[in-house]
Ligand binder design. Structure first.
Ligand SMILES: Nc1nc2c(c(=O)[nH]1)N[C@H]1C(S)=C(S)[C@@H](COP(=O)(O)O)O[C@H]1N2
Ligand SMILES: [Mo]
Length: 320
C-alpha cells in the first residue's frame, strides 16, 4: 500500500475527496472517472453527519508532521479498542449502531454554572484545526493519526471552572441496549461507564486535544464519534471515546482501568519505555499497518512539551 509510506499531508487523500464534496456521490464519481481521479469509498457515516462541512479543518503548522508516516485510514478505522462494543479489535461494525445525533455533553462539577451542550452547539463555539499525532497503546502497538479537533483548554474556557477545580473527569455513554459490551452478563463486572481523568495543568497543555474528526472528516464511530480525547504522551487508554460528560473535580477521579487493575493501569499512565507493564515490556512498539517494530520514546516523544508538567511529582507512579 502506497499510502503507508506517504508523509502526513503530502498527498492528503482526504483533501482530494472530502465527504462533503460528493454528497451527490454518483455525479462526483462520474466526474472523477472522467478526470482519471481515484475515488476512495468513504464510510457512510460521514455523509449523514451535519458537521461534515467543517472538515478538513486548517492544519496547525506546529503539528503538521508527526515524524512518522500517517497510518492508513483503513487500519485505524478497523483496528480499535472500544470495550463498550466488545473485546476484539474488530468492533467497527458494532459501533455503527451508536446514534451520534442528537448528542449532548454535560459540563458540570466545580464550574460557575453547569451546562448541557449539543455537539453541534459546541462545534459552533470552537475553531477546529488539523493535527497529526502519534498514538501509543499500552498493548505496545502504535499509530499516527491526522485528527481534527480543538484544544482541551478551549473546553475549559467554555466550562468556566471555579478555583476548586483540580481535575477533569471524562465519562463515556452508558447504553447497554446498543453497546453489547455494557450488558450485564457480557461484561457485567466491568465498571461502566468508561471514565478517564487528567489534572487541570495537563488539560491546559497545548497538546491535549478534544477530537471531533480524523482523516479530514468527522471522526468515525469506531474511533470515538462524535467527541473523544487524545493525550498523545500517555498510553492510549487515557484517550476516552464517546464522551457525554466532563466534570471538574477537587478530587482525583478514578479511571475505568484503574478501578479494574490499578497495579497495571494507573492514573498518570505517561509513556515510558523503561517502565515495563507488569506482564510485558514497553521498550518497543509494533507500528500498525506495517511490519515495523520501533523503539518507544519517553512521553511518546513529546517530552519537550510535557515533561515540565511532572516536575515535583516524582513520588507519584507517573509511568503506569
Ligand atoms: N470509551 C472508551 N474509550 C476508549 C477505549 C474504550 O474501550 N472505551 N479504549 C482506549 C484504548 S485502550 C485505546 S488504545 C484507544 C484506541 O483508539 P482507536 O481505536 O481510535 O485507535 O481508545 C481508548 N479510548
Ligand atoms: Mo490501548
Amino acid at each position: 500500500m502506497q499510502i503507508l509510506r506517504r508523509k502526513s499531508w503530502e498527498i492528503p487523500e482526504s483533501r482530494v475527496t472530502p465527504e462533503h464534496v460528493f454528497l451527490n456521490r454518483r455525479s462526483f464519481m462520474a466526474a472523477a472517472a472522467g478526470a482519471g481521479v481515484m475515488v476512495a469509498a468513504g464510510p457512510a457515516h460521514a455523509q449523514a453527519d451535519p458537521s461534515a462541512s467543517l472538515y478538513p479543518a486548517k492544519v496547525n503548522p506546529a503539528f503538521a508532521d508527526a515524524g512518522r508516516p500517517v497510518t492508513a485510514e483503513e487500519y485505524n478505522t478497523t483496528f480499535n479498542n472500544y470495550y463498550e462494543f466488545g473485546t476484539s479489535k474488530r468492533i467497527a461494525a458494532a459501533a455503527e449502531k451508536l446514534p451520534i445525533r442528537p448528542w449532548s455533553i454535560v459540563l458540570d462539577g466545580e464550574v460557575e454554572k453547569p451546562m448541557t451542550l449539543g455537539i453541534d452547539d459546541l462545534l459552533k463555539q470552537v475553531t477546529l484545526e488539523d493535527r497529526v499525532y502519534r498514538h501509543r497503546c499500552v498493548e505496545a502497538w502504535s499509530m499516527v493519526v491526522p485528527w481534527s479537533g480543538f484544544p482541551v483548554s478551549k473546553l475549559v474556557e467554555i466550562a468556566k471552572p471555579t478555583s476548586n477545580a483540580k481535575y477533569l473527569r471524562f465519562e463515556t455513554f452508558n447504553l447497554p441496549e446498543i453497546a453489547a459490551g455494557q450488558q450485564p452478563g457480557f461484561f457485567g463486572a466491568y465498571p461502566w461507564p468508561y471514565v478517564e481523568g487528567m489534572t487541570m495543568a495537563e488539560a491546559m497543555n497545548d497538546l491535549a486535544l478534544m477530537v471531533t474528526g480524523a482523516y479530514g472528516k468527522p471522526v468515525p464511530k469506531s474511533m470515538g464519534a462524535p467527541l473523544r480525547l487524545h493525550l498523545p504522551w500517555k498510553y492510549g487508554f487515557k484517550s476516552i471515546k464517546g464522551i457525554v460528560r466532563v466534570s471538574f473535580t477537587a478530587q482525583r477521579p478514578v479511571s475505568f482501568w484503574e478501578q479494574l487493575q490499578a497495579s497495571e493501569y494507573g492514573f498518570w499512565a505517561n509513556v515510558n519505555p523503561d517502565v515495563p507493564h507488569p506482564r510485558w515490556s514497553q521498550a518497543t512498539e509494533q507500528v500498525l499497518g506495517t511490519d515495523e517494530r520501533i523503539p518507544t520514546l519517553l512521553f511518546n516523544g513529546y517530552g519537550e512539551q510535557v515533561a515540565a508538567l511532572y516536575a515535583g511529582l516524582e513520588a507519584e507512579k507517573l509511568y503506569m
